[in-house]
Design a protein around this ligand. Structure first.
Ligand SMILES: Nc1ncnc2c1ncn2[C@@H]1O[C@H](COP(=O)(O)OP(=O)(O)OP(=O)(O)O)[C@@H](O)[C@H]1O
Ligand SMILES: Nc1ccn([C@H]2C[C@H](O)[C@@H](COP(=O)(O)O)O2)c(=O)n1
Length: 250
């Protein structure tokens, strides 16, 4: 398999804790390889929003599973155009708000609800023609353990808190540490996204810029998929990233 072949299967699975850069990096990697992009965290958030909206008791596991099974969710996979509709309503902003962020772990720690969402995620990966970057907490281990490239993207707690603080700016909650570190602690009770499992490559982005992290992922993809391309570390399209390394922009 060659990552540059536009028809070849290429499933890239990326897991990691909150604020490690999964979404931003995955979207950019998807653009450069011409792949679809799946934000599985958005699915947990959308189900949480739907439960809150329809008065589902988040402590009632059966009701949460029912909501996961019936949520009228439309999720796009274009890395250039985020599309998340629930019951026809655009929920992109609402699902990132404090209310959903503070409650989402109640859905993500309901194991039978996870099973419903995992099946949906596997369907989306299949429907992409197996040409997709999927990111979350259990993609490398549960959703797509057979992915062509499996990466655990980490960053130190300090780096993740600083990034999330910068990202939210004035909108940052006084609860930021709980929203990042506390949420990871809750989610870690049902999935392991802190240690790389066998066959999963660890990429620590604590001291890397966004571009260096994107390039780090691209290098891992090329190494995993093209044995003749070791060390080339070049991206696959006409953006200039395909040029020899020394001619590319930093
Ligand atoms: N290597 C990096 N260096 C500096 N900033 C980064 C880096 N990677 C990501 N960021 C920034 O950190 C912020 C958080 O990144 P992102 O939302 O992609 O994280 P995430 O892992 O998807 O988080 P979550 O799982 O909570 O959604 C963004 O503003 C992003 O631009
Ligand atoms: N595969 C996944 C994706 C996400 N989650 C949980 C973890 C988070 O608390 C929540 C929202 O994710 P985010 O948007 O912050 O990436 O969903 C999960 O358990 N498994």
């Amino acid at each position: 398999m060659n990552a540059r072949d536009a028809n070849a299967r290429l499933v890239i699975a990326i897991d990691g804790p909150s604020g490690s850069g999964k979404s931003s990096v995955s979207k950019e990697v998807a653009r450069r390889f011409g792949l679809a992009y799946l934000d599985t965290g958005a699915m947990y958030r959308a189900v949480t929003w739907w439960c809150l909206e329809t008065g589902v008791d988040l402590h009632d596991a059966d009701a949460v599973v029912g909501a996961a099974e019936t949520v009228p969710l439309e999720l796009g996979t274009d890395p250039d155009e985020e599309r998340i509709l629930v019951n026809g309503e655009d929920v992109r902003a609402a699902i990132r708000g404090d209310l959903v962020t503070d409650h989402v772990s109640q859905v993500s720690t309901t194991v039978p609800a996870r099973e419903v969402l995992v099946r949906m995620q596997q369907d989306i990966i299949r429907d992409s023609g197996f040409r997709i970057v999927a990111e979350g907490r259990d993609i490398t281990t549960v959703v797509a353990p057979d992915a062509d490239v499996r990466i655990l993207l980490t960053a130190s707690e300090a780096a993740r808190l600083a990034r999330r603080g910068r990202q939210l700016g004035a909108a940052a909650s006084s609860n930021l540490e709980a929203q990042v570190v506390g949420r990871d602690a809750k989610d870690s009770t049902v999935v392991n996204f802190t240690q790389a499992q066998d066959g999963v490559q660890l990429l620590d982005s604590s001291d890397l810029t966004m571009e260096q992290t994107v390039q780090g992922v691209i290098d891992l993809v090329i190494r995993a998929t093209d044995s003749t391309d070791h060390g080339a570390g070049t991206a696959p399209d006409e953006t200039g990233a395909d040029a020899p390394e020394e001619t590319r922009q930093a």
